[in-house]
Design a protein around this ligand. Structure first.
Ligand SMILES: *Cc1c(COP(=O)(O)O)cnc(C)c1O
Length: 416
C-alpha cells in the first residue's frame, strides 16, 4: 500500500538500467502456451532472428545464443577465446569492466587492467602507448562499450584506430550489454571481433537470454581455446544445423517470441538509426536537466548536483549516472518511488557502502522502450521530489529539458 499523500497509483515506471521496460506488445507475444520445440513455427521464428541479430550489431559474421544473463555472457566469450595463462588487456571505466576482469581471473586468464577511474572513458593515447610497448603478449583487448555504473562510453571506433596504428594483432572484445540498441555500434566497420548483449536492456525483453557475436578471426583464434566446454562452445550455437544445437538443449521458447517482437519494433518499424537518434535526444534531455539543477548550487548547500561524466563525448545514451550529495540521492529515489511511481537506479560502485557518500549517487535509465513523455515525466517527478524534500537545486531544468525535445522535433530540425 502506498503511503498517505502518495500519487504513485497509476502505471509504474521502472527507470533502472536493466531490466528495462518491457513493452506491452512483447509481454503479449510471450503470453502463450508452450510451442513444440521439435518442429514447426518455433523453428521458422528462430531462423528469422539470426539475420536481424546480425543487422542489430552491424555484422555479416557469426552470432550465438545463450540462455543466461550478462554475467553468463562474459564466460561465454571467455571460454571460446582463451586458455589459462593467456594475457588480455582490459580497459575499465567504472564497475562492469572490473567485473569482467574478475570473471577472467577466476578461470586463470592473466588480466592487465587499465583503470580509467569512475568518471572518465578510456584514454586512447595511453592505450595506444601501452599497445606499442607490448612484446606480443596481449592476446585480446577487452572493454565495455558503456559502463552501466559510471555511464562512461568508450569510443570503440577510436580504439580500433589506435590498435591499427600500433599495428597490434590482438582481438577486440566489447561488452555491449548496456549499449546494444541504444548507442551507435558497427561491429564490422569498427573491426570488433567479439561483442555481446543480454535481452533485458536495449532489447526490451525479460532477462534470461543473451547473444555473442564473433568475427571469423575470433573463430579462428578461439579454435584452440583451452577454456571451451561443450555447453559454452559457440560453434554449434552459431552454425547448428540441428535446432537443439542453437541452444545446446531446450530453446528459451517464450523469450524467442518476445525477441521476435522486439527486433521487429527496432529494425523493421522504427528503424535502428532512428532508435539510436531517439536515445541520443532523450539522453541529452536528461543531461540538460542535470546541468540546470547543478547550476549555482555550491557544495555546502546539500551537495552539488552533477553528472558523473563531465565530458559529453564520453557519455552513454542508455543511462545517466549522477551525484546529488549524500543522502539526497537516496532520499530522492525513495520519494520518486513511493510518491510518484518512478523507480530510479541506485548508484552502483561509486562509493563503498560504509562510505558516508554512498547515498549520494543515482542513475536514470533511458534505454529501450522509452519516449519523450517518459523521460520528461521522470525529470519533472525528480524536480517535484527535490522541492518536496527541500533538496537545493538550480532553476530551469524542465525548461532546458523541454528545449532539447523541442529542438529535436521542430519542423526545421535536421534529420539524422
Ligand atoms: C547489466 C550489465 C552486465 C551484467 O548483466 P547481468 O544480466 O546483470 O548479469 C554486464 N555488463 C554491462 C555493461 C551491463 O550493463
Amino acid at each position: 500500500m502506498s503511503p498517505r499523500h502518495s500519487l504513485a497509483n497509476g502505471h509504474p515506471y521502472l527507470a533502472i538500467p536493466g531490466p528495462s521496460v518491457v513493452p506491452d506488445r512483447i509481454q503479449r507475444a510471450m503470453h502463450r502456451t508452450a510451442p513444440n520445440i521439435y518442429e514447426g513455427e518455433l523453428h521458422a521464428l528462430t531462423t528469422s532472428l539470426w539475420p536481424d541479430l546480425r543487422a542489430l550489431a552491424g555484422t555479416t559474421q557469426n552470432v550465438a545464443g545463450y540462455i543466461c544473463n550478462g554475467h553468463g555472457l562474459w564466460e561465454a566469450a571467455d571460454s571460446n577465446l582463451f586458455s589459462p595463462g593467456d594475457k588480455v588487456l582490459l580497459l575499465a571505466s567504472g564497475v562492469f569492466g572490473l567485473g569482467w576482469a574478475n570473471a577472467l581471473t577466476a578461470v586463470g586468464v592473466e588480466v592487465e587492467v587499465m583503470d580509467f577511474g569512475r568518471s572518465a572513458a578510456p584514454d586512447m593515447a595511453r592505450f595506444e602507448a601501452r599497445l606499442r610497448a607490448d612484446m606480443g603478449e596481449i592476446k585480446a583487448v577487452l572493454t565495455t562499450h558503456v559502463d552501466t555504473a559510471s555511464s562512461a562510453r568508450t569510443d570503440i571506433a577510436a580504439l580500433r584506430v589506435a590498435m591499427n596504428r600500433a599495428g597490434h594483432p590482438a582481438l577486440l572484445g566489447v561488452d555491449c550489454i548496456a549499449s546494444m540498441g541504444c548507442d551507435v555500434f558497427h561491429m564490422d566497420d569498427w573491426g570488433v571481433d567479439v561483442a555481446f548483449t543480454a535481452s533485458q536492456k536495449g532489447l526490451m525483453t525479460p532477462p534470461g537470454m543473451g547473444f555473442v557475436w564473433f568475427s571469423e578471426k575470433a573463430r579462428e583464434v578461439g579454435r584452440k581455446a583451452g577454456l571451451r566446454t561443450p555447453y559454452w562452445d559457440w560453434t554449434p550455437r552459431a552454425d547448428g544445423p540441428e535446432f537443439w544445437q542453437y541452444w545446446h538443449g531446450t530453446a528459451p521458447t517464450h523469450h524467442l517470441y518476445g525477441l521476435r517482437e522486439a527486433l521487429t519494433m527496432i529494425l523493421h518499424e522504427e528503424g535502428l538509426t532512428q532508435v539510436w537518434a531517439r536515445h541520443d535526444v532523450l539522453a541529452r534531455t536528461v543531461w540538460a536537466a542535470f546541468d540546470a539543477w547543478g547550476q549555482g548550487v555550491g557544495a555546502g548547500q546539500g551537495g552539488r548536483i552533477a553528472l558523473n561524466m563531465a565530458d559529453p563525448a564520453a557519455r552513454a545514451r542508455a543511462v545517466t549516472a549522477a551525484r546529488l550529495g549524500a543522502p539526497d540521492a537516496q532520499r530522492l529515489r525513495q520519494w520518486c518511488e513511493t510518491m510518484a511511481g518512478v523507480t530510479l537506479g541506485i548508484g552502483l560502485g561509486m562509493a563503498t557502502e560504509d562510505d558516508p557518500h554512498a547515498t549520494g549517487f543515482l542513475r536514470v535509465a533511458h534505454m529501450g522502450h522509452v519516449n519523450a513523455h517518459m523521460t520528461l515525466g521522470v525529470l519533472a517527478v525528480m524536480e517535484a521530489g527535490m522541492k518536496a524534500l527541500g533538496i537545493v537545486h538550480g532553476p530551469g531544468a524542465l525548461e532546458a529539458a523541454t528545449a532539447v525535445i523541442a529542438q529535436a522535433t521542430s519542423p526545421g530540425a535536421a534529420r539524422t
